[in-house]
Write a protein that binds this ligand. Structure first.
Ligand SMILES: *[C@@H]1O[C@H](CO)[C@@H](O)[C@H](O)[C@H]1NC(C)=O
Ligand SMILES: *[C@@H]1O[C@H](CO)[C@@H](O)[C@H](O)[C@H]1NC(C)=O
Length: 219
C-alpha cells in the first residue's frame, strides 16, 4: 500500500503528492561499495533547500571512522548563480574543550538538472542531495573517490541527514517531532546503504550550537 507521506507545495503552486513505496529495500548492500543516488531536481533544491537553515541529525561514515565529526552542525546553502553555490556552516568540535568551527565550502554544480555538486570544485568529490520531503529533511550523500561510475567505495562514502529548521527555538528537540521517518529510511535505498547498518558509524550530531555566532541563523 502506498502511503501519502509528504504534501508539498511545488514551485508553480501545484500540490504534489509525494509517495514512497512502503516496505523494505529490494537490493542488498554490497560489502565494498555504495551506489550514487539521483539528486533531487535542481529547481526543487533551489526552492526548498537554498537559504534554509539545516541542522544535521546524523552523520555516517564507514567503520572504522576516519575522523570524529563536529556535533551541533548547522548549514545554509546559498546560491550566487547557476554555476556557484556556497555552504556556510557552523559546528562544535567534538573534543574538549569544545570550540566553534565555521566553514565556507563552494558547491559547484555537476549537473544542470539534478542537485549534485563538486564540493570545493574537486571533480572526485561529489555531493548529491535527495529527499522525498525536502520541506522537512534532506540527505546529503558524498563520495570522495568519484570516478564517473555509479559506484563509490564504502570507505569513501559519507552520509548526512539534515532537518529543516526555523529560526526560533533553534536546535530544540521539538524539531524532531513528527519527522517522516519511513521516508527518510526508504530514500536511502538507492544508495544501498541501510540506515543504521553496522558497516557504518552513525554519529548523532543534532543540537543547538552554543559556541558559534548566533547571528548565523538570521542569514
Ligand atoms: C536567498 O536569500 C537572498 C538574500 O536574502 C536572496 O537575494 C535570494 O534571492 C534568495 N535565494 C533563493 C533561491 O531563495
Ligand atoms: C557566479 O558567482 C561566482 C561567485 O560570486 C562568480 O565568481 C562567478 O563568476 C559567477 N559566474 C557567473 C557565470 O556569473
Amino acid at each position: 500500500m502506498a502511503m501519502l507521506s509528504c504534501l508539498a507545495i511545488g514551485l508553480l503552486g501545484f500540490a504534489i503528492r509525494m509517495t514512497s513505496a512502503s516496505g523494505t529495500c529490494e537490493r542488498r548492500m554490497d560489502s565494498a561499495e555504495s551506489r550514487i543516488p539521483k539528486g533531487m531536481p535542481i529547481a526543487d533544491f533551489d526552492f526548498w533547500v537554498v537559504n534554509r537553515t539545516l541542522g544535521e541529525l546524523y552523520y555516517a561514515m564507514s567503520v572504522p571512522p576516519l575522523y570524529i565529526p563536529d556535533i551541533n552542525y548547522h548549514q545554509i546553502i546559498k546560491k550566487f548563480n547557476d554555476s556557484y553555490y556556497e555552504e556556510v556552516a557552523i559546528g562544535d568540535t567534538p573534543s574538549s574543550p569544545k570550540q566553534c568551527n565555521s566553514y565556507v565550502f563552494p558547491w559547484i554544480p555537476a549537473s544542470s538538472t539534478q542537485a549534485s555538486f563538486h564540493r570545493n570544485g574537486k571533480p572526485d568529490n561529489i555531493f548529491v542531495v535527495f529527499s522525498s520531503c525536502p520541506k522537512k529533511y534532506i540527505w546529503v550523500y558524498r563520495c570522495t573517490q568519484f570516478t564517473r561510475s555509479s559506484r563509490c567505495p564504502l570507505s569513501h562514502t559519507f552520509l548526512g541527514l539534515f532537518i529543516n529548521e526555523g529560526i526560533s527555538d533553534f536546535g530544540s528537540p521539538s524539531y524532531l517531532d513528527d519527522l517522516p521517518l519511513q521516508d527518510m529510511l526508504m530514500d536511502l535505498c538507492p544508495t544501498r546503504v541501510k540506515f543504521g547498518v553496522s558497516e557504518f558509524k552513525w554519529f548523532y550530531s543534532y543540537g543547538a550550537n552554543t559556541l558559534c555566532d548566533p547571528g548565523f541563523v538570521q542569514t
